[in-house]
Design a protein around this ligand. Structure first.
Ligand code: ADP
Length: 249
């Protein structure tokens, strides 16, 4: 579905990605994980076309991602960022409807799709006319998810979508998100720095360090056969204190 080939990207001399190869399977959830600054978000921003690679190529559904094709290909991808990125002056409904309005969908089609998405994302119908500031963090992310799903994209790109939420809301949304991914059979590429979240969502987990992929596989593989000392340390550092206590016993 998505193919990154020898991608390099620097920002004013700071290397964000270095000769990165990555293949994203269709209908699965792939999780990008790694320490802050290792290049996770850059991968998503390159795929959605907010950045262009210095070197290398990206293919989406077999088509080269190039400037001329970007607007059309972007409509086949949904993108959710950590703080939701909602427009504060638009209601939840209008935020969700943005792309459909841009494409001049008829009002009744938009209304029907929003009802469908509100049900899917467990967003209360009576809150659809509220503005983002009148919604909880979890509700804002549900609106952001509705917006990303509006055009029924093939791929969902999620950049720490739960990162700004408190633990209980985060758990609820985690469970709902996984159910949505499974029921819709979407190709999902998600960024997190949380190992537990990577294990919860990831069919495949990709661990990065300093702009390079260190290991890729199932979470079980990462846990059982860490590729090197860094992987081992990364996993160890994220084990819960309770687990660490048990290991120490
Ligand atoms: P991650 O998502 O893993 O935290 P990023 O992909 O955001 O990492 O960033 C990778 C590296 O690129 C970091 O060193 C970051 O500071 C740098 N970087 C990312 N975006 C920019 C930018 N717009 N300008 C300058 N440096 C950037």
């Amino acid at each position: 579905m998505l193919e990154l080939n020898q991608i390099s990207k620097s920002y004013s001399g700071v290397c964000a990605l270095e000769r990165c190869d990555l293949s994203i399977a269709s209908g699965q959830t792939t999780v990008l994980i790694g320490p802050s600054g290792c290049g996770k978000s850059t991968i998503l921003r390159l795929i959605i076309g907010l950045e262009t690679p210095d070197e290398g190529s990206i293919h989406f559904g077999g088509k080269l991602l190039e400037r001329g094709r970007l607007p059309a290909l972007r409509q086949r991808m949904g993108y959710v960022i950590q703080d939701g990125g909602l427009f504060p002056h638009l209601s939840a409904r209008d935020n969700a409807a943005l792309m459909a309005r841009h494409l001049r969908w008829p009002d009744d089609r938009i209304a029907a799709r929003i009802d469908e998405l509100a049900e899917l994302t467990h967003f209360p119908i009576d809150a659809l006319d509220r503005f983002p500031l009148q919604l909880s963090g979890g509700q804002q992310q549900r609106v952001s998810l509705m917006r990303s799903l509006m055009l029924d994209p093939e791929v969902l790109l999620l950049d720490e979508p739960l990162g700004a939420l408190d633990p209980m809301i985060r758990r609820d949304l985690q469970a709902d998100l996984r159910e949505i991914f499974t029921s819709l059979g979407k190709t999902v590429l998600m960024v997190t720095h949380d190992l537990g979240e990577a294990a919860f969502f990831g069919d495949t987990v990709v661990l990065l360090r300093d702009g390079q992929i260190v290991q890729q596989g199932t979470m079980k593989q990462l846990l059982r056969e860490p590729a090197d000392e860094f992987v081992q340390r990364f996993i160890q550092a994220q084990r819960s204190p309770l687990e660490t206590m048990e290991i120490a016993r």
